[in-house]
Design a protein around this ligand. Structure first.
Ligand code: ZN
Length: 506
């Protein structure tokens, strides 16, 4: 078999897997939106069946033979050719999938299912002790996973690889150290503003059907194609891209909160616009898949925070908001509203945090994950370590584990290494936005946004980020798009601008 034939066969198999995995994604979406409660048993079997089939097809030794036939051949000689990127990412995923012993995969699935149930109970009852033995098992199994996959320097490197290929503990430590050093005094400056933003204007009566229409109009404006998507209701908002022509988002509505659903929809729309603009011809292969978790998150944060909490955006949308909700915001000034949606205030819960303090929540988790994995921190000591570090970073006392180390589900499902991608997303978003302003002209881009025109920004993102799929690793993509590797400065500059704007109205 020639290298070209081997490559063609790999593409065929990869596209077949793309179709198979998209079937599971449809079932997963249905499970979280419309599936009746009694369908859970069958759905579990359907999902397990598809997952096993997909794993079996992907770990077929034939894939290893095909990869070996292509690697080192002319087909991948040019590192920027389609084939080179696909082969590089197939190899990474294939090695990972085949190095993990089946018994370990099965045990991880079993323990994390139990751990998630135990976590839910423990969180409800504020009882870390009942979750502890399962978390100990999860940490132990993740260590075994790292050992099976192999790593340099730190076990954690093997785990990040699943979410942010190419990023290392050393990169993240440097990034978080630089960021935290600048964030802590900056957050204090926000706290010292003479007048606290009045958040209560966001907690008035906002009729749910009008919230939906308003959020949909914003999603359409920034480029979400409803002919290739939907917006449904769920308890945990998400975006699910099945493939070309079908990428769906969900949200949840609270009639006494404007921000939850609206900024949630902007966020998921950012993810969805990325998915909708991946190159359809590469569907099922790495070139048709988003670059990394961090870059995916950058697209949601860019629309939610960089654009959606900015003054120009609300110059356009605030008059429309008043039309939609005259009773709630008829007496609210644009300044008051702007201050309310940009309030920075240390708080206990990550998912409710503002865009500045949010990253301290992640810095804390990153630090603790490293210590858990290396053995420097025993699971039994986690609540104390959490509370002590939390007070040092936020100046707040953690009242209970429910609002402390039990607040997130990630560790229960084995997602150690996942959290840092949220902050990477925030930083990438700021650095991409700064590059877009430089390349498109800051003033003219602002003018666009003020008129409710988002097409040029969206097209810039498509051209520079979306259409590449996994052609480049995140760090390389960042250098190509912005001329620099990822640094905290653009994000800190964005927050400083925000502080200056708030100073004028607070
Ligand atoms: Zn997200």
């Amino acid at each position: 078999m020639t290298a070209a034939d081997a490559y063609a066969e790999l593409v065929r198999r990869s596209k077949e897997l793309g179709v198979l995995n998209s079937c599971a994604a449809v079932l997963g979406w249905d499970q979280q939106t419309y599936m009746p409660a009694k369908g859970a048993g069958l759905r579990g079997e359907q999902m397990a069946f598809l997952a096993a089939l997909s794993h079996q097809k992907f770990t077929d030794p034939k894939i290893g033979e095909l990869l070996a036939a292509v690697e080192g051949s002319d087909a991948v000689a040019n590192p920027e050719a389609d084939a080179a990127a696909n082969v590089r990412e197939w190899r990474r995923a294939y090695d990972r999938a085949t190095k993990l012993p089946e018994a370990l995969v099965a045990e991880l699935a079993r323990v994390t299912t139990q751990a998630q149930q135990a976590w839910e109970q423990a969180k409800k009852a504020n009882q870390f002790a009942t979750f502890r033995p399962l978390l100990e098992r999860v940490v132990e199994l993740k260590r075994q996973e790292a050992d099976a996959v192999g790593f340099k320097e730190h076990r954690y490197n093997a785990l990040i690889e699943e979410y942010e290929p190419g990023t290392t503990v050393a990169d993240l430590k440097a990034l978080f150290a630089g960021l935290t050093k600048q964030l802590v005094p900056l957050i204090q400056k926000f706290a010292d503003l003479p007048k606290k933003p009045d958040r209560s204007v966001l907690e008035r009566e906002y009729a749910v059907d009008r919230q939906r229409l308003f959020a949909e109009s914003a999603a359409v404006a920034i480029g979400y194609d409803f002919a290739a998507g939907r917006l449904d209701t769920t308890s945990h908002p998400f975006c699910s891209g099945f493939g070309p022509g079908d990428c769906r988002i969900t949200t949840r509505y609270n009639p006494r909160s404007f921000s939850d659903a609206f900024f949630g929809v902007l966020h998921e729309t950012g993810h969805a616009v990325y998915e909708q603009n991946l190159p359809a011809e590469h569907f099922g292969t790495p070139l048709g898949v988003a670059c990394s978790f961090g870059v995916h998150e950058s697209q949601s944060r860019l629309w939610e925070n960089q654009v959606g909490r900015g003054r120009p955006f609300w110059d356009h949308f605030f008059p429309r908001l008043r039309q939609a909700f005259p009773a709630a915001v008829g007496d609210v000034s644009p300044d008051t509203f702007y201050a309310a949606i940009n309030d920075v205030r240390p708080s206990l819960i990550r998912v409710e945090a503002d865009e500045a303090t949010y990253n301290l929540h992640i810095a804390l988790r990153f630090e603790l994950e490293l210590a858990l994995l290396s053995g420097d921190l025993a699971v039994v000591d986690l609540p104390d370590a959490w509370n002590t570090r939390f007070t040092a970073l936020f100046g707040l006392t953690v009242p209970d584990d429910t609002r402390g180390c039990l607040q997130d589900i990630h560790w229960a499902f084995g997602g150690i290494g996942y959290f840092p991608t949220y902050t990477l997303g925030n930083l990438y978003a700021a650095q991409f936005m700064a590059a877009a302003k430089t390349q498109l002209g800051a003033e003219s881009l602002e003018g666009d946004i003020r008129r409710g025109e988002f097409g040029r920004l969206k097209e810039w993102l498509v051209k520079n980020i979306h259409r590449h799929g996994q052609r480049f690793r995140a760090a390389e993509l960042c250098r190509r798009v912005t001329g620099s590797s990822l640094v905290p400065e653009p994000f800190v500059a964005h927050l400083n601008e925000k502080y200056t704007a708030l100073q004028a109205v607070c």
